[in-house]
Design a binder for this molecule. Structure first.
Ligand code: 5GP
Ligand code: MN
Length: 530
C-alpha cells in the first residue's frame, strides 16, 4: 500500500510519521497527537518551514528531513500545571479556567476556520502577560506564584499564601518543649515597655506568658492548673497565623505592654484580680486567627467573616469567638475551676475588651474616657470598663512606645501586611485602602500622622489618669515622631534633589542637542580652508 512519510520536530526532537495515502483525517491527527504526547484537550499546531500554520490532514505535502514541519502543543492542560490551583486560590478567581475557556474557543475556531483569529490571539497574549506579571513581579511574591528566575525554581514565599497561612501541627510542637529558666532579672525586665521581643523565640515567649500569669498571682487566685495554662497558650499559639504583623509575636507584645502597664500604674492596688485577668487574657486573645486583611477588606470582599457578622467588627468578633472556642475545651479552659457567675463576668469582660480593639470605635471610646476623666472613680464599674478598653487599645497600638530598635522592625512588618492587602485589592478590583497603598505610603508618611492624630491624643489621656506613664510611653512616642518627621524631610529633600538633577540632565541633553546642531551648522558654514 502506498504510504506517505512526513518529517517534523516536536519540542526540537526530530520525528517522522508514516501513514497510508488513504488514511482518514482523524487518524492523521491522532498520529501527531501521540507524537506530541498531547492530551485529548490539548491543541496541536503544525508549522511549515516558512513558519505558517497548516492543517494536519492526509493531504499534507510530503517533505524531507531538511525541510521539517514543526509541531507544537499550544495548550497543555492547566490543571496539570503546578501553579494552576494556587493561582485560583490566591487570586480568588481561576486564571487557569480562563485559559482553558480560551483554549476551547480556539479549538472550536480552529476546527471551523482552520486558523486562530487575531482577536483570540490578542486575548491569549493578554492572559499570558497577566500570568507572567504575577509570576515575575517580586513584590507579589507573597501570592506564592513568584518564580525566582535567578534560581530557576518556583519557590513560594513562606508567608502569606492562603495555604501556608495557618500553622501546621508539626510547626506547633516545638513550642511545647521549653526549658527556659526565667531569672529574677528577666522577670523584672518583663514588666517594662523597653522589653525587646525580638530577642526571644516563640518557645521562650510561651514561658514568658506563663510567668505573667504566675507573677500576677493568677495561678493561685483562680486555681489555674499549670498544664491547663500551657495547653491554653499552646492553642492560642496555634491559632495565630504566619502573617507579617498580626502574628503570635504581636500577641505577645500587646500582652507584655498590658502587663507592663499593670505594674507601672500599680493597678493591682486599684482594681480586682478578675479585671486584671480579663485584661491580660483579652490581650492574649485579641487578634486570634487574623488573616492579614482588615475589616474594610473583609466587608468589601464579602468574606465569610463579613457575612457571618453582618459587617459589624467581623475580625474582632472572630478573634473573640476563637478565644471562647479554645476555652470551651476542658483541657485548655483556664477558667474551668471558677464558679459560673465569675466565668460569665470574665466572658463579658473579654468580649468588651476585644471588641474595643476595632479602630472604628476609637473616637467613641476615647471621648467617653475623656468625659469621665475629671471624676474618675475606680469604684464605679462603668469607669473601670472604659479604662479597661483604653488600656487594651493603648497596648494594641503601642509599638512606637518601645525603643526604636524594637519598634522600627514592627513598622516594616505592618507595612508589609498593608502592602499585601492593597496589592490584593488591586488584583481583585476592590477599593484600595489608601493608607495601605505601596504607591502612596512609606514609613515616615504612615507614622507621622498616626502618631500625631491617634497615638499621642490617646496616650496623653491615659497619662492624665496615671502621670507616671509620661516618661514610659509618651516620651518614646514623641522621640519616634521626631525621628519620622526628620526621615520625611530627608526623603522630601532627596526627591527635590533627584528632580533637580534629572532636570539638569535633561537641559544638558537639550543643550548638547542644540550644540551639535550648531556644530554641524558651523561645520557647513566653515570657510573653505583652501
Ligand atoms: P490591630 O488591632 O489591628 O493590631 O491594631 C489596630 C490598627 O491600628 C492596625 O491594624 C493598624 O491599622 C493601626 N496601627 C497600629 N500600630 C500602628 C502603627 O505603628 N502605625 C500605623 N500607621 N498604624 C498602626
Ligand atoms: Mn492587635
Amino acid at each position: 500500500m502506498a504510504t506517505k512519510i512526513l518529517y517534523f520536530t516536536v519540542n526540537g526532537r526530530p520525528e517522522q510519521a508514516e501513514f497510508p495515502l488513504d488514511c482518514p483525517a482523524q487518524d492523521v491527527k491522532d498520529l501527531f497527537r501521540s507524537a506530541a504526547e498531547a492530551g485529548p484537550h490539548d491543541i496541536l499546531k503544525l508549522y511549515n518551514p516558512k513558519g505558517n500554520i497548516i492543517n494536519i490532514s492526509p493531504s499534507l505535502e510530503p517533505n524531507s528531513p531538511s525541510s521539517c514541519y514543526k509541531l507544537e502543543v499550544v495548550a497543555a492542560d492547566c490543571n496539570n500545571e503546578p501553579f494552576g490551583a494556587e493561582l485560583a486560590g490566591a487570586l480568588g478567581f481561576d486564571l487557569s479556567s480562563m485559559e482553558k475557556r480560551l483554549q476551547g474557543l480556539e479549538k472550536n475556531i480552529l476546527i471551523e476556520a482552520g486558523e486562530t483569529p487575531a482577536a483570540v490571539y490578542e486575548m491569549k497574549k493578554q492572559v499570558d502577560s497577566f500570568r507572567e506579571k504575577l509570576e515575575s513581579v517580586e513584590h507579589l511574591s507573597w501570592l506564592g506564584l513568584f518564580k525566582d528566575l535567578s534560581e530557576g525554581t518556583h519557590k513560594p514565599s513562606p508567608f502569606y499564601h492562603k495555604r501556608t497561612l495557618r500553622k501546621t501541627k508539626k510547626e506547633c510542637e516545638h513550642v511545647r518543649e521549653n526549658s527556659l529558666e526565667v531569672s529574677e532579672e528577666v522577670r523584672q525586665y518583663l514588666k517594662t515597655p523597653t522589653f525587646d521581643n525580638w530577642q526571644w523565640e516563640d518557645a521562650e515567649i510561651m514561658v514568658l506568658l506563663q510567668v505573667m500569669y504566675t507573677d500576677l498571682d493568677f495561678i493561685a487566685i483562680f486555681n489555674i492548673e499549670p498544664e491547663v495554662l500551657q495547653q491554653f497558650l499552646f492553642e492560642v499559639y496555634r491559632r495565630y497565623n504566619n502573617i507579617p504583623f498580626h502574628n503570635f509575636k504581636h500577641c505577645f507584645c500587646v500582652t507584655q505592654m498590658m502587663y507592663g502597664l499593670i505594674w507601672l500604674t500599680d493597678l493591682r492596688s486599684k482594681m480586682d484580680s478578675t479585671d486584671l485577668l480579663i485584661m491580660l487574657t483579652s490581650a492574649v486573645c485579641h487578634d486570634l486567627d487574623h488573616t492579614g486583611y482588615n475589616n474594610a477588606y473583609q466587608i468589601n470582599a464579602r468574606t465569610e467573616l463579613a457575612l457571618r457578622y453582618n459587617d459589624i467588627s467581623p475580625l474582632e468578633n472572630h478573634h473573640c469567638a476563637v478565644a471562647f472556642e479554645i476555652l470551651e475545651k476542658k483541657e485548655s479552659n483556664i477558667f474551668r475551676n471558677l464558679p459560673m457567675d465569675q466565668y460569665k463576668r470574665i466572658r463579658e469582660g473579654i468580649i468588651k475588651c476585644v471588641l474595643a480593639t476595632d479602630m472604628t470605635s476609637h473616637n467613641e471610646i476615647l471621648n467617653k474616657f475623656k468625659s469621665i476623666l475629671p471624676t474618675f472613680d475606680f469604684t464605679i464599674k462603668d469607669h473601670r470598663d472604659v479604662l479597661m478598653m483604653i488600656l487594651i487599645k493603648v497596648s494594641d497600638i503601642s509599638n512606637e512606645a518601645r525603643p526604636m530598635e524594637v519598634a522600627e522592625p514592627w513598622l516594616d512588618c505592618l507595612l508589609q501586611e498593608f502592602y499585601n492587602q492593597s496589592d490584593m485589592e488591586k488584583l481583585e478590583g476592590l477599593p484600595v485602602t489608601p493608607f495601605m497603598d505601596r504607591d502612596k505610603v512609606n514609613k515616615p508618611s504612615s507614622q507621622t500622622g498616626f502618631i500625631r492624630f491617634v497615638l499621642l491624643p490617646l496616650f496623653i489621656e491615659l497619662a492624665n489618669l496615671f502621670p507616671s506613664l509620661e516618661q514610659h510611653i509618651i516620651n518614646p512616642v514623641r522621640k519616634a515622631l521626631d525621628y519620622y518627621t526628620e526621615m520625611e524631610k530627608a526623603l522630601e529633600r532627596e526627591k527635590v534633589n533627584r528632580a533637580q538633577s534629572e532636570n539638569a540632565a535633561k537641559s544638558k541633553e537639550t543643550a548638547m542637542g542644540t550644540q551639535s546642531t550648531a556644530d554641524s551648522q558651523s561645520e557647513t558654514s566653515k570657510p573653505d580652508p583652501q
